[in-house]
Design a protein around this ligand. Structure first.
Ligand SMILES: *Cc1c(COP(=O)(O)O)cnc(C)c1O
Length: 398
């Protein structure tokens, strides 16, 4: 299967017809344990469902194939995948974290693992010199996201993973925003790829799940050990739903990308919009790197509106098709306000430095009809204008 194209692997990798019935879909093996014929004699590695479950095994093989990796290891959530990577470390170790990360990633390092003696530094990984200078003698792991969340900065994966290798640190790339359809970090030198499967891989906003994909056998064995020993495994039913979802990942991503491109161009020309961040536009600061390491530019758009919190609120409350919600990557369009919603756990100074202002909003462009989405944005942007009281009315009130 590894020599087949992405769309074929998405539908078939890891899945054979069920040997007992011929069922074409891998069944939901909703079982906690397996009967042994003699003490210690059981089929494959199926002795207990935390350790292994056939629905999960099929999903792990499918995701590994999509990333061009050898081993997939699935978890109950994206942050559980992150935690499994940190369980590879010991007290006293140091982690380099890209500055603009998922809010929950920062929170875990800052509020959970630092107390256990694992230190971290945030650095702008779009800058090679700053990144090199941030390594300490104790740096054992480098964690990066690209495109970053929410600023959609693009980090040069090959550059940072080469630096990590030179310094003897493991590199992890959180590939949630790009998905394996647009970007394959293992081929660019990463040791581990991390996913929140909750987002595009799941794609239907109906489950929470995570995964790691690696090539190295020893690293896979250590992560499988942690998966079982720490125990944040996904349920068989969620694995089944994910297997169902990855079959359409390529088709969904093509539409996400096409819709986002049109919307980004529309927003960039709008008079109420200060700035659009979309890696597919030539005015994006790292557009060239995006074009090099991604096959298309994804469904996420971030923009700053002119004005402040009042204007953002009017805009967000006026949308009818875009739903105001955290999360991303589903078939339906979502929008959110990072400073108040997803990135509230990031300290105010860091938010300010990154540009996460009151005027910043993040769009997860769905796969609805693009004209309907444009119409919705258009009417909500117009609402800002009418909601702002003209100067003479303000004067009359005071
Ligand atoms: C959502 C998200 C996570 C966390 O995943 P959960 O499934 O919510 O635990 C990690 N990284 C990125 C980039 C995300 O968007």
């Amino acid at each position: 299967m590894s020599n087949k194209h992405f769309a074929t692997r998405a539908i078939h990798a890891g899945q054979e017809p069920d040997p007992t019935t011929g069922a074409i879909m891998t069944p939901v093996y909703q079982t906690s344990t397996y009967v042994q014929t003699s003490p210690g004699r059981y089929i494959d590695n199926f002795d207990y469902s935390r350790s292994a479950n056939p629905t999960r095994t099929a999903l792990e093989a499918n995701l590994a194939s999509l990333e061009g990796g050898k081993h997939g290891i699935c978890f109950a959530s994206g942050v559980a995948s992150l935690a499994a990577c940190i369980h590879l470390l010991s007290a006293g170790d140091h982690v380099l974290l890209c500055d603009d990360v998922y809010g929950g990633t920062f929170r875990m390092f800052n509020n959970v693992f630092e107390q256990l003696g694992i230190n971290f530094t945030r650095v702008d990984m779009t800058n090679a010199a700053l990144t090199r200078a941030a390594f300490t003698g104790k740096t054992r792991l480098v964690w990066l996201e690209t495109p970053t969340n929410p600023m959609l900065k693009i980090v040069d994966i090959a550059m940072v993973t080469a630096l990590a290798r030179e310094k003897g640190a493991l590199s992890v790339v959180d590939n949630t925003f790009a998905t394996p359809y647009l970007q394959n970090p293992l081929a660019l030198g990463a040791d581990i790829v991390s996913h929140s499967c909750t987002k595009y891989l799941g794609g239907h906003s109906d489950l929470v799940s995570g995964a790691l994909i690696v090539n190295d056998d020893d690293l896979a064995a250590r992560l499988h050990y942690i998966q079982n020993a720490v125990g944040a495994v996904p349920a068989p039913w969620d694995c089944f739903l994910l297997l169902r979802s990855t079959k359409t990942l390529h088709v969904r991503m093509e539409r996400h990308c096409a819709n986002a491109k049109r919307i980004a161009d529309y927003l960039a020309d709008h008079s109420r919009v200060e700035r659009v961040f979309y890696p597919g536009r030539s005015d994006h600061p790292q557009h060239a790197i995006a074009a090099q390491q991604m096959s298309d530019f994804g469904g996420m758009i971030t923009m700053t509106l002119k004005g402040g919190l009042a204007e953002s609120r009017t805009f967000l409350e006026s949308l009818r098709l875009f739903s105001l919600a955290e999360s991303l990557g589903g078939v339906e369009s979502l929008i959110e306000h990072p400073a108040i919603m997803t990135h509230a756990s990031v300290d105010a100074d860091a938010r300010e430095a990154l540009g996460i202002t009151d005027g910043l909003v993040r769009l997860s462009v769905g796969i609805e009809d693009a004209d309907d989405l444009l119409g919705d944005l258009d009417q909500a942007l117009s609402a800002i204008r009418t909601a702002t009281p003209p100067a003479y009315k303000m004067a009359a009130r005071s």
